[in-house]
Design a protein around this ligand. Structure first.
Ligand SMILES: NC(=O)c1ccc[n+]([C@@H]2O[C@H](COP(=O)([O-])OP(=O)(O)OC[C@H]3O[C@@H](n4cnc5c(N)ncnc54)[C@H](O)[C@@H]3O)[C@@H](O)[C@H]2O)c1
Length: 255
């Protein structure tokens, strides 16, 4: 994709202080978009904005909980006030709370569903309302996971939310396609981020069981996301791209 690909576009990216979200924010800003970077962690959000501005990108931070509906509306309003419009919404923030199904507490289920599903649903809703007012279309993207395709031990709640996001994208095709809004998902496999690298065996384990011989890096995932929200993908909607180095083709267990 060229440097001009996102010129004139305005994007919101949730959970973009580090990891996959930060890489998406960096790449899309460096290709011309103005970006609202959300994170619940103030230090991470501010550091992300400083890093991207130092590279020449145009972005602002908005600190808050991407699961909170009032805050979601504030993100949309702030993007419009600061940058004049909103054309791209990327619901990237998501949490993974591991736990044995037979002991899994309601509080964990509520937290996972609240951010992964409710936060993504209402970001899509509020972004779509704004994009419709502008009458020139836009793109919504949900961050799924291969855990929404293949069963993983101790991840029933998380996997359920990621499978749900892929069905949400398909469902919204009915209502949002006539308004020229695309809705797609990206499902990363094991990806090297600050969080996953806290597990010292993560890289070796996933290198061993991934057909391409390594886990994804954040650039691999961001490349797929940028394609799906770019002008090149404006006739692609309701679809998912798996970025997993072939893992779901064989699905060798990490355990
Ligand atoms: N890393 C992986 O291996 C992997 C694999 C498949 C899917 N995913 C998905 O990709 C997305 C990003 O994953 P990651 O590993 O880069 O994320 P991460 O766990 O590193 O978190 C990214 C950011 O989200 C922020 N955040 C957490 N809760 C938030 C909230 N309520 N509101 C706003 N921000 C919040 C964190 O502070 C953090 O800076 C998630 O949806 C995750 O489920 C990740």
């Amino acid at each position: 994709m060229t440097a001009e690909n996102f010129t004139g576009q305005v994007a919101i990216i949730t959970g973009a202080g580090q990891g996959i979200g930060f890489e998406i924010a960096k790449q899309i800003a460096l290709q011309g978009a103005a970006v609202l970077i959300n994170d619940v962690n103030q230090e991470l959000a501010n550091n992300a904005v400083t890093a991207i501005k130092n590279l020449g990108g145009n972005c602002i931070a908005l600190v808050g909980d991407a699961a909170d509906i009032d805050f979601i509306q504030q993100m949309v309003d702030t993007a419009v006030q600061q940058f004049g419009k909103l054309t791209i919404a990327i619901a990237n923030a998501g949490i993974t709370l591991y736990g044995d199904f037979l002991e899994y507490p309601a509080s964990s289920l509520q937290s996972v569903m609240s951010l992964n599903l409710l936060g993504s649903f209402f970001l899509a809703q509020r972004a779509a309302r704004q994009i419709i007012k502008q009458k020139s279309g836009g793109s919504i993207l949900f961050m799924s996971s291969v855990t929404g395709h293949q069963a993983h031990k101790d991840l029933a709640a998380y996997g359920m939310t990621k499978a749900g996001l892929e069905m949400l994208a398909k469902s919204l095709v009915v209502e949002l396609s006539p308004l020229q809004i695309t809705v797609n998902t990206v499902a990363p496999g094991a990806t090297l981020t600050e969080r996953t690298l806290e597990d010292e065996s993560y890289q070796d384990t996933w290198s061993r069981i991934t057909p391409m011989g390594r886990p994804a890096n954040v650039q691999d995932v961001a490349n797929a996301v940028l394609f799906l929200v770019s002008p090149q993908a404006k006739h692609i909607t309701g679809q998912n791209i798996v970025v997993d180095g072939g893992w779901t083709a064989v699905s060798t267990s990490p355990y």
